[in-house]
Design a binder for this molecule. Structure first.
Ligand code: ATP
Ligand code: MG
Length: 200
């Protein structure tokens, strides 16, 4: 037991030294571009975790959801009802994967992007969430060059979080942090219905 404890202590000390060294080495202070991707559950909910975090510091936040369909989510209700200080834009209307109407889908995407672009240039905004943006690029609903340039040229202190599967090489190159949420298991596969408060 004692040897186990001392081994643990030694390992922790070693780890602490490594972490301290990395903290010391990180000297740059600026906003961060984060991509949350992968086929598992947890991308959008992680992004909203950062919204909560940023709000804790009274930061200025904008959330733009490039989502399919009109289904209401708990996060939408919460932000609309309880966070009047958070800029909230949702593409919503009419856009679903099965509308099969590319022209109207593109118009909805472009309209949402037109509202997003000035936010990506606004130094007053500390954190901007571009939820499900990757699909707009994958389906060529938005011009990739313009989107990547806007992300790259945003104010230095502004952080941006992009969610969605895929996203392509250029988006990946524009990101400082990329996390891939991998599906190990999902309840849906066992026939369990999407759950209020958990899935939406
Ligand atoms: P969440 O919003 O829960 O963080 P997400 O943003 O990672 O999920 P999306 O692809 O945007 O995932 O899908 C949102 C919805 O689809 C959620 O209800 C989520 O539970 C469900 N979902 C996510 N991944 C899977 C999966 N691998 N199989 C089935 N359903 C999934
Ligand atoms: Mg999502």
């Amino acid at each position: 037991m004692t040897s186990k404890n001392s081994k643990h202590k030694a390992a922790m000390q070693k780890q602490k030294a490594a972490v301290d060294a990395s903290v010391e080495a990180a000297s740059e202070e600026r906003g961060i571009a984060v991509l949350l991707t992968g086929d598992g559950k947890g991308k959008t909910s992680s992004a909203f975790g950062m919204v909560m975090r940023a709000r804790g510091y009274n930061q200025r936040i904008a959330v733009i959801q490039f989502i399919k369909g009109e289904m209401l989510s708990g996060e939408e209700i919460y932000i609309r009802d309880k966070c009047p200080d958070v800029i909230f834009i949702q593409m919503g209307t009419g856009f679903t994967w099965d509308t099969q109407d590319r022209t109207s889908d593109m118009r909805a995407a472009e309209k949402t992007w037109a509202a997003t672009r000035p936010l990506l240039a606004d130094p007053e905004i500390d954190l901007i969430i571009l939820d499900e943006l990757t699909y707009m690029l994958a389906y060529d609903y938005l011009p990739e060059n313009e989107v990547i340039d806007a992300i790259n040229n945003r104010p230095r202190e502004q952080s941006v979080v992009v969610t969605g599967r895929g996203g392509g090489k250029r988006l990946h190159e524009a990101m400082d942090t990329i996390s891939e949420v991998k599906e190990v298991r999902h309840a849906f596969r066992d026939g369990v219905k999407a759950r209020k408060g958990v899935d939406y």
